[in-house]
Design a protein around this ligand. Structure first.
Ligand code: G1P
Length: 301
């Protein structure tokens, strides 16, 4: 069956970005000038997804507004002859993908958020795309997972090796064997293991291709790590009755869910943004030289 649907959980409180996220959804925090959730929706579009359900919560209405038309703004831009900005604004509404919204009333974990998509997804395979990671590769990561699914018809989870001391921040796989380059047969999936108990350094990185059987498992899933219903636990249960593979991502991952990753990504994306790349480059070179000088004089003291 063709993969047509994706679910984007966006109900998190965004506590890592307080105070910015007190009244603004973390998904609307921009990288240069584009909200992070727009990158995710664009990845879905490039992957051939037709319908997206965004699972939101309180204070998230601006996400919906962002993808809606804004006639007042458009009229103003038109009158002032700001054609480029007008087209840019309209292009977000005309992405050619259907967006649906539902709410998760209480933040009860990623597994619970995904369960909200049950009737939207129905009996089809679907993608789950988390907003904290931006993925760059020639073929979008969600498309890579779809390509795997088209051959195996099995759930497939994107993973990537991370430094060992960071494994406890992620869901981690216990690999069994590599079936073909980059496709791993998995023994078990563990949510945020203690560093000394982690079965490998392969972390789950926020893109999943799941078969619909996951919903029945999620419906009965007991809260796990952090007292929340964990998607990783449900995937581990599913792996006992049907094959679940891990797909190794070789592209570039930008973790925009923490302050440092967010700033680094902003700089990197800024360096290829047509409007600001030249000035930003000059600024960074100047700043780098100043910082180096500062560090050298500190060492001398
Ligand atoms: C979630 C998942 C975790 C995964 C991570 C990837 O955790 O529960 O398995 O490794 O996303 O970003 P969160 O970062 O929401 O705590």
């Amino acid at each position: 069956m063709k993969v047509r649907k994706a679910v984007i959980p966006a109900a998190g409180l965004g506590t890592r970005f307080l105070p910015a996220t007190k009244a603004m959804p973390k998904e609307m925090v921009p990288i240069v000038d584009k909200p992070t959730i727009q990158f995710i929706v664009e990845e879905a579009k490039k992957s051939g997804i037709e319908d997206i359900l965004i699972v939101t919560g309180k204070n998230k209405r601006s996400i919906e507004d962002h993808f809606d038309a804004n006639p007042e703004l458009e009229q103003d831009l038109e009158e002032k002859g700001k054609t480029n900005l007008l087209h840019l604004t309209q292009s977000i509404t005309n992405l050619g993908i259907n967006l649906y919204f539902t709410r998760q009333p209480h933040p009860a974990g990623l597994g619970d958020a995904i369960l909200r998509a049950r009737s939207f997804v129905g009996d089809e395979p679907f993608a789950v795309m988390l907003g904290d990671d931006l993925m760059d590769d020639k073929v979008p990561l969600t498309k890579q997972l779809i390509n795997r699914y088209n051959k195996t018809h099995a759930s497939t989870i994107a993973v990537m090796p991370v430094p060992h001391e960071e494994v406890s921040k992620y869901g981690v796989i216990e690999p069994a064997s590599e079936i073909e380059p980059g496709l791993i047969n998995v023994k078990s999936f563990v949510e945020k293991p203690d560093i000394d108990k982690a079965p490998s350094d392969y972390a789950i990185i926020g893109r999943y291709l799941l078969t619909p059987e996951i919903f029945e498992i999620l419906a009965h899933q007991k809260p796990g790590r952090g007292g929340e219903v964990q998607l990783t636990d449900a995937i581990d249960t599913m792996n006992k009755t049907q094959r679940v593979f891990a797909h190794v991502f070789n592209g570039e991952r930008h973790d925009v869910g923490n302050k440092e990753g967010y700033l680094e990504t902003s700089i990197e994306y800024g360096l290829s943004h047509p409007e600001i790349k030249d000035e930003l480059r000059q600024y960074i070179i100047k700043m780098g030289a100043e910082l180096e000088k500062e560090d050298k004089s500190k060492k001398k003291k």
